[in-house]
Ligand binder design. Structure first.
Ligand code: ADP
Length: 447
């Protein structure tokens, strides 16, 4: 970047210098031509005086140097010329400077001489006898002016080169220094400072990106912490049934168990392995949901149908707990992932049975509402204390750990429901009064 800035400044300085040089040369050339013309007029006036006093004799032995002198009669015939034979020269009446001198007394012109290739300056003056004396000289050519100035121009150019080099490197350093001094971790402290006004958009972007990075880092740390916690919880949850299983198996193996204990021990082993299977199934479900749910395919389905299936598969469990299950509702067509919808209804109803009391009820309703579909699951169970209501969706969170274990809970059911609802973009709410029961409401948005 420094190199580019330096080249730009140096280039600009040199370009300005060259342009000024050309401009000054142009002006000087005009000025010198003016001076040359003035001189020519003065010489003409002197020569005119000489001719009017001495007539043609004035020219005898006259050395005119670079000047050409022409004497023209009042009718335009050339009477004398220092460079050509006057008798062979054409009539000069039409020459601009002659005509002007005849009319006003003096005249001038600049043009290419038809006889000589150079640009000529002409000055003419009328004599008292009506004839005209004209002096001409080669106009100083531009290149000869440049040549004449060559030495000072070279000197000035060298000076300009060195000066602009120094200026460009100083300016480059001055421009780049504040940018190099920016502390990218704290770009906000440069806001409103004069030397940073132009780079403020850049500073703001750096600040925004820093903030984004900090957020991302916090998010990654949080996710990693959650994963660590989850792994620790899973290991702990698996260890308990495994210990129980290996304990009962050891007793059976050693032959210490009484024959009448064999059956209940085998039953305990079966129950514990069932609990493990449920836990592993829930973990598999949750891991799949965690992956972002991209492999879930949305299709047209009817939530009432899905709820009927879920309720059917829970009838035996409800009967075992002496709880009445009642589903009410009308057909509710919607877009969804049947597997997720089933998991939502199943887990909510399963909890409503598990945390109920004998003789209690579970009421399930499915209602289409302005394009949306609302599912409610209410029970007459133990209810959930207010301060736990926001935590029950956390993994492995249980209000009453021993009760959850006793009814075969894994602590993951509501996390699965929350995740599935998230993928369905559904809204979840819980209302509960301890001792009276709970109502879970899931609103599936309009498709
Ligand atoms: P679990 O496998 O323990 O049931 P969940 O994630 O399904 O795990 O539920 C978390 C906790 O929320 C449960 O342990 C229970 O304490 C409480 N809970 C869930 N549903 C109900 C309900 N319908 N009535 C009372 N408590 C409930």
């Amino acid at each position: 970047m420094s190199r580019k800035i330096f080249t730009a400044i140096w280039g600009a300085a040199l370009a300005v210098f060259l342009a000024s040089l050309v401009f000054i040369m142009g002006i000087s050339y005009n000025y010198f031509t003016g001076v040359q013309m003035k001189q020519l007029h003065a010489e003409t006036a002197l020569a005119a005086q000489g001719v009017s006093l001495c007539g043609k004799d004035y020219f005898t032995g006259l050395s005119t140097g670079d000047y050409r002198v022409t004497w023209v009669g009042a009718d335009g015939t050339v009477l004398f010329d220092t460079e050509a034979d006057a008798s062979r020269m054409e009539n000069h009446l039409e020459r601009e400077e002659i005509r002007e001198a005849l009319e006003t007394g003096t005249g001038e012109a600049r043009r290419y001489s038809p006889t000589l290739a150079d640009r000529q300056l002409y000055a003419a003056q009328r004599l008292p006898d009506g004839t005209v004396l004209r002096l001409s000289v080669v106009q100083l050519a531009l290149w000869s002016l440049v040549l004449g100035f060559a030495q000072p121009i070279c000197l000035v150019a060298l000076l300009a080169l060195v000066l602009s080099f120094l200026l460009a490197s100083r300016l480059t350093k001055k421009i780049v220094a504040p940018i190099n001094a920016i502390d990218p971790d704290n770009p906000m402290k440069y806001y409103e400072r004069d030397e940073y006004r132009e780079v403020e958009p850049l500073l703001r972007r750096i600040a925004a990106q820093q903030a984004q990075l900090r957020r991302d880092r916090a998010e990654i740390e949080r996710a990693s912490l959650i994963r660590q916690e989850f792994t620790a919880n899973v290991s702990h949850e698996l260890k308990t049934p495994l210990h129980a299983i290996s304990g009962y198996a050891e007793l059976l193996e050693s032959g210490l168990a009484k024959p009448e204990d064999v059956k209940p021990f085998a039953g305990k082993i079966r129950a514990e392995s069932g609990r493990m299977t449920k836990l592993v199934e829930d973990i598999i479900d949750l891991t799949r949901l965690d992956a972002g749910g991209e492999d879930y395919v949305f299709e047209s389905c009817d939530l009432l149908r899905i709820a009927e299936n879920a309720v059917d598969s829970l009838e035996t469990e409800a009967a075992g707990a002496s709880v009445t299950l009642a589903l009410k509702g009308v057909s509710a067509p919607m877009q969804g992932v049947p597997q997720l919808l089933h998991s939502i209804v199943y887990n909510l109803c399963d909890n409503a049975i598990k945390y109920n009391r004998p003789g209690g009820r579970v009421d399930i309703t499915v209602t289409p509402e302005d394009g949306a579909v609302v599912l409610t699951v209410s029970d007459t169970g133990v209810g959930i204390p207010k301060d736990s209501q926001s935590r029950i969706f956390e993994r492995f969170y249980r209000v009453d750990k021993s009760r959850s274990k006793a009814v075969g809970g894994t602590g993951l059911g509501l996390s699965i429901v929350k995740h599935a609802a998230l993928i369905q973009k559904a809204d979840m709410r819980v209302e509960s009064e301890p001792g009276e029961g709970s109502t879970f409401t899931v609103t599936f948005p309009e498709k």
